[in-house]
Design a binder for this molecule. Structure first.
Ligand SMILES: Nc1ncnc2c1ncn2[C@@H]1O[C@H](COP(=O)(O)OP(=O)(O)O)[C@@H](O)[C@H]1O
Ligand SMILES: Cc1ncc(COP(=O)(O)O)c(N)n1
Length: 264
């Protein structure tokens, strides 16, 4: 069985973070393992608090899984602090982890901050250069290249500036743009490829970013190339958003098994 690793934070509400990642990997028939960086007290209404794991425990979790399991891909989500990013980067190099998808999680859908400000430089310098693909949303893309959040910048410009940070591919997600379509743009330094779906008219998008990046890691683990992995993942996230899970009182999570049920 193909194996993938998520290195991310726990969402007690079950819609984002580690929980979304493992559900996504399972939906694709990939064996998912997890290294937990932080535990959030979270639901569909927001993040009520979080604590980070000790550096020693993050280090130990990484050694435990990387010395035993055989990962064909991995993803990072909430990394919270500079020190955690440094440990993760060190282990990625030490174990030569391939097909690394870096989702530079900074803020939850609810607006709560999940990454310390000083850690932005660390993620740029130490982790992004090791990535096969990075998957920032619009705001994360602007923050990473030092632009003002309020500034209008095209997806092409964001992708080409981000590519200079050293990942092999950049996928800028346009979920937060306005318009009838949700457009994501992939760039490998040579060609731009758009992935377009009809925008679903919903506020229930908790976990979309986590789910998309895990889907990409799962498909890379299955042996698809990046373009095909993104295509399959875009289809998966669109169906997951359309189906939704009506479980909470805020921004509800996506339905990770929408496509799996339709196989019946
Ligand atoms: N309302 C929507 N309808 C369809 N697709 C969406 C919608 N919102 C987000 N997406 C898609 O979900 C994925 C996650 O994007 P985005 O919401 O921008 O990231 P994040 O969750 O990191 O903020 C992207 O593929 C994006 O195009
Ligand atoms: C532990 C954790 N990690 C990441 C997110 C981002 O969620 P989203 O996918 O909605 O951007 C979150 N809300 N909680």
């Amino acid at each position: 069985m193909k194996q993938a690793l998520t290195i991310a934070g726990s969402d007690s509400g079950g819609g984002a973070g580690i929980q979304a990642d493992l559900k996504t990997m399972t939906a694709f028939g990939v064996y998912g393992a997890s290294v937990i960086t932080a535990v959030t007290a979270q639901n569909t209404l927001g993040v009520q608090g979080f604590e980070t794991m000790s550096i020693d425990l993050v280090d130990k979790q990484l050694d435990s899984v990387l010395s035993d399991l055989n990962f064909s891909a991995a993803k990072t989500g909430m990394l919270a602090t500079s020190q955690i990013i440094k440990v993760v980067a060190k282990k990625v190099k030490e174990y030569q982890l391939e097909n690394l998808v870096v989702d530079p999680v900074m803020v939850a859908t609810s607006g709560d901050i999940l990454l310390a400000k000083e850690a932005i430089a660390t993620i740029k310098e130490e982790l992004i250069p090791l990535a096969k693909v990075i998957t920032p949303n619009l705001n994360e893309a602007k923050v990473l290249i030092g632009r003002d959040i309020a500034e209008e910048v095209s997806l092409e410009l964001l992708a080409s500036e981000l590519h200079k940070l050293g990942s092999e591919y950049v996928l800028v997600k346009g979920g937060h743009q306005v318009g009838e379509n949700a457009i994501d743009l992939l760039y490998d330094g040579v060609e731009f490829i758009e992935y377009t779906s009809k925008r679903v008219d919903t506020k229930d998008t908790h976990g979309t970013g986590c789910t998309l990046s895990s889907a990409i890691a799962s498909n890379l683990a299955l042996g698809y190339d990046v373009k095909e992995a993104v295509k399959r993942s875009k289809k998966y996230i669109t169906e997951a958003i359309k189906a939704g899970c009506n479980v909470g009182n805020g921004n509800n999570p996506v339905n990770h098994f929408a496509m799996v049920y339709s196989f019946e």
